[in-house]
Design a protein around this ligand. Structure first.
Ligand code: SF4
Ligand code: FES
Length: 253
């Protein structure tokens, strides 16, 4: 077998801790396996669970970057395990749970509660301008606005951007990139009756868009490549205009 096709032996260093078990202490365990072609971290972790330790906790549902449940720290960087190929990593692979979120156990964290609290805080649903009338003609939406809303809705709430964010790591009240993306989505929506000024108390402070220090790690790690840099720019312009009492009716960036 040539050097180029030689099977790599992968060494996994995996964080282990079960907060439900008083006897459990945070530590790292090592596992080894032979890399196979097109091996994702999802496959590798399943192999470890099947052959080495059935108690290893991690989350997966869709295996195709859609459900957002498999975010974890991969060699120090937040990533979706289902779409990370081991061939893109060195032979030593260090896996830790995403910070910021409540640890369920090992590599599994509770992103759901975080995103639910965020949605309740920003009231992340359409506040209708008028009651729904099933007999009224369908209202047209501007194509560009519809595309912008669609783009924001591509967030899968994986939490990678929150884990990568230095501010979210030290300020538990910071809405974070995904939270501010959610706000922008409803600010753009012409069906929502909230004007820019109505968002001011939620967004125009240190727990909102002005808490961002501009490191933009969120933009680098988002697996859906959401334009988070542009989202921050959009919200800053909107909040500055709302603070000055101008342009509150305008909805486009
Ligand atoms: Fe994940 Fe990107 Fe949504 Fe953040 S903005 S939660 S990184 S999909
Ligand atoms: Fe659904 Fe990875 S398993 S995003």
């Amino acid at each position: 077998m040539s050097e180029a096709t030689k099977t790599r032996r992968l060494r996994f260093e995996i964080f282990r801790y079960n907060p439900q078990d008083p006897a459990s202490k945070p530590h790292v365990e090592h596992f080894e396996l032979d890399e196979t072609p097109y091996m994702s971290l999802f496959l590798a972790l399943n192999q470890i669970r099947e052959h080495d330790d059935p108690s290893l906790q991690f989350d997966f549902a869709c295996r195709s970057a859609v459900c957002g449940s498999c975010g974890m720290m991969v060699n120090g960087r937040p990533a979706l395990a289902c779409r990370t190929q081991t061939s893109d990593l060195p032979t030593v692979i260090r896996l830790y749970p995403l910070p910021v979120f409540k640890l369920i156990g090992d590599l599994s964290v509770d992103t759901g509660s975080w995103f639910r609290a965020l949605a309740e805080h920003v009231e992340g649903w359409v506040h209708e301008r008028a009651l729904f009338d099933e007999n009224a003609p369908e209202e047209r939406m501007n194509d560009d606005v519809a595309q912008a809303i669609y783009a924001a809705d591509r967030c899968i709430e994986c939490g990678c951007c929150i884990a990568a964010c230095g501010v979210a790591n030290v300020n538990g009240d910071f809405a974070g990139p995904a939270g501010l993306n959610r706000v922008a989505r409803f600010m753009l929506d012409p069906r929502d009756r909230r004007e820019d000024a109505d968002w001011f108390d939620i967004v125009a402070n240190e727990d909102g868009v002005f808490g961002c220090l501009g490191m933009m790690a969120c933009h680098d790690v988002c697996p859906k490549e959401l334009p988070l840099l542009e989202v921050y720019g959009f919200l800053r312009r909107k909040m500055l205009a709302a603070g000055l009492g101008v342009g509150t009716a305008a909805r486009s960036g």
